[in-house]
Design a protein around this ligand. Structure first.
Ligand SMILES: Nc1ncnc2c1ncn2[C@@H]1O[C@H](COP(=O)(O)OP(=O)(O)OP(=O)(O)O)[C@@H](O)[C@H]1O
Length: 257
C-alpha cells in the first residue's frame, strides 16, 4: 500500500511578476515551497534567483521603483496585503546572505540581539537561547569559551554559522539562504550543507545556489529559473535525472550559465 505523506505548503506564488523600474526581473512565476523541505533555486546569473528570494520576506521592497503583480501566499495569507504585519514576518523568515554579515558586536550579543529586540531581558533565558542557537548552528564547541569576543574575528565559515545561529535565535519558520557557501572553502561548505540537512527537520529552507552538485546534495525540491521565468520545479532527483525542458537539460549539463 502506498504511504501518503502530508506535505504542507509554506509559500505559494501565483502569477508573480516583478519590475525594477522598467526592467522585468520575474515573469509570471508559480512556485510552491513545502514545509520542512529544502528548496534549491538554480539558474544562470541574472535570472532572478535573489529577487525571487527577496520577495519572500518583502526585502525586495527596499529597492526603489519596484512594481509587483500577482500573489504570494505565506501560510495561507496574502504577503503583499497592505495590512500584512511585516515586522512579524521578519521574525518568522530569517535570511543568510552570500557574505556573512555579523554585527560589529560580540558573539553573544550577535545572537542575543534578536531575542532582546523581541523584549526578552531575562539573562538566564538569553543565555539559554544563545547556547541553543549556537549548538543548532554547530558552532557552540568552537566559541563557548569566547562568547565576548568580537564576532568579526571568527573565520568566514564560522561567521556564516554565526549568522545562521542569529536567525535561529528568534525561532523562525523559514530560512532563506542566498548563496550561503559561495565565499567558503570546501570544508566550511560541507559544514553548512550538513547543517542544512539537520535543520530541515525543524525549518523550511530555501537556498539559492550556483552549484548544481550542492543543489543535488542538499535539496528535496529544485526550481530552475531562466530570464525571470520559472522553467520547472520538481523533486530534485527527478529534475536532475529527467528534466522536462530542454532549457533545464542544457543548464544542468553545463551547456550555458
Ligand atoms: N536593484 C536593482 N535595480 C535594477 N535591476 C536589478 C536590481 N536588482 C537586480 N536587478 C536585475 O534584475 C535581474 C535579476 O537579478 P537577480 O539579482 O535577482 O538575479 P540572480 O539570478 O540572483 O543573479 P546572480 O546569480 O548573478 O546573483 C538582473 O537582470 C538584474 O540586473
Amino acid at each position: 500500500m502506498q504511504t501518503l505523506v502530508d506535505v504542507k505548503e509554506v509559500y505559494s506564488t501565483e502569477g508573480l511578476s516583478l519590475w525594477y523600474d522598467k526592467k522585468q526581473a520575474l515573469k509570471d512565476v508559480n512556485v510552491s515551497i513545502f514545509e520542512k523541505q529544502v528548496t534549491a533555486i538554480i539558474g544562470p546569473s541574472g535570472c532572478g534567483k535573489s529577487t525571487f528570494l527577496k520577495t519572500l520576506n518583502r526585502m525586495v521592497e527596499l529597492e526603489p521603483k519596484i512594481t509587483i503583480k500577482g500573489r504570494i501566499s505565506y501560510r495561507g495569507n496574502n504577503l503583499y496585503d497592505k495590512h500584512y504585519p511585516v515586522e512579524q514576518l521578519r521574525h518568522r523568515v530569517g535570511m543568510v546572505f552570500q557574505k556573512a554579515n555579523p554585527f560589529p558586536k560580540s558573539i553573544y550579543n550577535n545572537i542575543a540581539f534578536g531575542p532582546r529586540l523581541r523584549g526578552i531581558k531575562n539573562k538566564q533565558l538569553l543565555n539559554e537561547i544563545v547556547e541553543r542557537s549556537l549548538k543548532q548552528a554547530a558552532l557552540w564547541d568552537e566559541v563557548r569559551d569566547k562568547l565576548n569576543q568580537d564576532a568579526n574575528r571568527l573565520s568566514g565559515g564560522q561567521q556564516q554559522r554565526l549568522c545562521l545561529a542569529r536567525c535561529l535565535a528568534v525561532d523562525p519558520d523559514v530560512i532563506l539562504m542566498d548563496e550561503p557557501t559561495s565565499a567558503l572553502d570546501p570544508i566550511a561548505t560541507a559544514k553548512v550543507e550538513e547543517l542544512v540537512h539537520q535543520l530541515k527537520q525543524q525549518y523550511s529552507i530555501i537556498i539559492v545556489t550556483h552549484n548544481m552538485e550542492q543543489a543535488k546534495r542538499v535539496s528535496d525540491q529544485t526550481a530552475f529559473f531562466l530570464n525571470g521565468e520559472l522553467i520547472e520545479q520538481r523533486k530534485t532527483s527527478e529534475l536532475f535525472a529527467k528534466p522536462f525542458h530542454k532549457e533545464t537539460a542544457d543548464y544542468i549539463s553545463g551547456r550555458f550559465g
